[in-house]
Design a protein around this ligand. Structure first.
Ligand code: NDP
Ligand code: GUA
Length: 483
């Protein structure tokens, strides 16, 4: 891997401002999902090292929180500038360990950096309140304080943005953080730590620990020093971590699985809907929690939509992420490709029809052919499970009521999308969808200025936007008498 700045490729954990090996000296390999080759080996840490990282974060907390907001803002802003200055190297690291096409990886670096920029600005506006007194001679004041040591556990599908979306608000607010990145994508996390170090983020404020997920998660959740756990990943692990946090009553933020409906009504601009579906469905090879998971199309435009979508899907260039013009890289691992095949086979076995794709790509390995299947119904596994792959299943519906019922027929409630040009329907359906996010005539809803998060079993809390800061703050109420 040829980085412009080779020192961004780190293979040790970052604890208390130093690069550290596991106590045991054990390591595990990081592989390129496009060809299975080992890129680096990183420390296999466990409970003891995680507790030390938490202690370092606790030790750094009091002086970091006592800096003025402007001082913290300037340092975090510097971090943003360094991330953007190293966009090419970070993107290459990401493509090598995660697989997404280089152009998409560059986009994620900018997207990830946008949270750092936003929260550097936002931390100067953590305002409190005054409340009209309830009795004479009293003054009631509300202040907001950083919550303390934060533990963050992040997934492999956005190796930079999921870390910055958590760490930037936490650090800007005055918290200190211990991050456990996914085992598949630790190198981006280390590079972010290296840049944080160069930006002047003091030792102990940001720590990165890699290793045995269960042990690290145990140390993070049982520690009384950790006041908040923020997690992005699967719903079962999110539920497990929430349970583990109960004993020490930690505040939690959970960004969990989705099962996004993408509804196309008869009155939609069909070309716009196809473009929106391409973006929402095939971004990151379908491996996002906000990807369109069920495409519901009204009967009057079903065949036309299927035809137009299939044509666009046939044009997708599948290739290793480092190949010029690649639009879809490999899936993260063999298990992911196997699961996608199983969901398609189940649907086809129950009567669905593969229009294009439907099988592993000719490139072999973890590459999967971009797929459209029609005639999909709600008794198939694919209706209720997160696909996390490049498969567009098309369901047919007759009425608006039926579409809304199908859309809400899931325990998940993260992102939803619909295309319509009827203003009355736009308001009705927006209100009826039980989701944290609704994209209306829009396939990409993620950005740093808007609140990202779900309802039902998709999670708790919001990331990004002014609301994303609140999750790392505690309210303190001062009641002054004798005035
Ligand atoms: N909502 C979302 O954005 C995401 C959803 N998913 C969904 O989950 C499926 C499985 O993906 P997967 O990567 O296995 O998701 P996981 O939920 O298992 O992994 C997410 C993070 O949690 C960590 N983790 C796993 N088990 C524990 C534990 N017991 N204690 C503490 N941390 C733990 C992982 O570590 P490690 O990597 O070391 O195992 C990783 O850092 C996907 O196919 C997709 O459907 C996956 C990723 C993101
Ligand atoms: O899939 C996820 O893990 C959520 C990130 C997606 C996004 O920010 O758009």
């Amino acid at each position: 891997m040829k980085l412009k700045d080779p020192s961004l490729l780190r293979d040790k954990c970052y604890i208390d401002g130093s690069w550290i090996s596991a106590d045991s000296g054990e390591i595990f390999p990081v592989t390129n999902p496009a060809n299975g080759e080992t890129i680096a080996s990183v420390p296999r840490m466990g409970e003891a090292e995680t507790h030390r990282a938490i202690e370092a974060a606790q030790a750094a907390f009091s002086s970091w929180k006592d800096r003025t907001a402007k001082e913290r803002a300037n340092i975090v802003r510097k971090w943003y500038e360094l991330i953007m200055a190293n966009q090419d190297d970070l993107a290459l690291l990401m493509t090598m360990e995660q697989g997404k096409p280089l152009a998409e990886a560059k986009g994620e670096v900018a997207y990830g950096a946008s949270f750092v920029e936003w929260f550097a600005e936002e931390c100067k506006r953590v305002y409190g309140d005054t409340i009209p007194e309830h009795l004479p001679g009293r003054r009631l004041v509300v202040t907001k304080e950083p919550i303390g040591v934060v533990a963050a556990i992040t997934p492999w599908n956005f190796p930079i943005a999921m870390i910055t979306r958590k760490c930037a608000p936490a650090i800007a607010a005055g918290c200190t953080v211990v991050v456990k990145p996914a085992e598949d994508t630790p190198l981006c996390a280390f590079a972010l730590a290296e840049l944080a170090h160069r930006a002047g983020i003091p030792k102990g404020v940001l720590n990165i620990v890699t290793g045995v997920a269960k042990q690290i998660g145990k140390a993070m959740t049982e520690s009384t020093l950790v006041r908040k756990l923020t997690f992005t990943g699967s719903t079962p692990i999110g539920k497990l971590l929430m349970k583990q946090c109960a004993d020490t009553v930690k505040k939690t933020s959970m960004e969990l699985g989705g099962n996004a409906p993408f509804i196309v009504f008869d009155d939609a601009d069909l070309d716009a809907a196809v473009e929106g579906a391409m973006l929402s469905k095939f971004r990151n090879a379908g491996q996002t929690c906000v990807c369109a998971n069920r495409i519901l199309v009204q009967e009057g435009v079903y065949d036309a939509f299927a035809e137009k979508l299939t044509k666009r899907v046939s044009e997708l260039k599948v290739a290793p992420g480092t190949t010029e013009g690649s639009q879809q890289g490999p899936l993260i691992n063999t298990a992911a490709a196997t699961k996608v095949s199983e969901l398609i086979n189940d649907a086809v076995g129950k009567g669905a029809k593969t229009v294009i794709g439907g099988k592993p790509h000719d490139l072999g390995g973890n590459f999967f052919a971009p797929t459209v299947i029609t005639g999909v119904t709600d008794d198939m596994r694919i209706f209720s499970e997160e696909i996390f792959g490049p498969v567009a299943p098309l369901y047919k519906f007759k009425t608006e009521e039926e579409a809304v019922r199908m859309a809400n027929d899931t325990p998940f409630g993260l992102a939803s999308y619909f295309y319509s040009r009827d203003i009355g329907r736009v308001w009705r359906v927006s209100r009826a969808l039980e989701y944290g996010i609704v994209g209306i005539n829009e396939g990409i809803i993620s950005n740093e200025v808007a609140p990202f998060g779900g309802v039902k079993e998709s999670g708790v809390g919001r990331e990004g936007s002014k609301y994303g800061m609140e999750d790392f703050l505690e309210i303190k109420y001062l009641c002054m008498g004798g005035i």
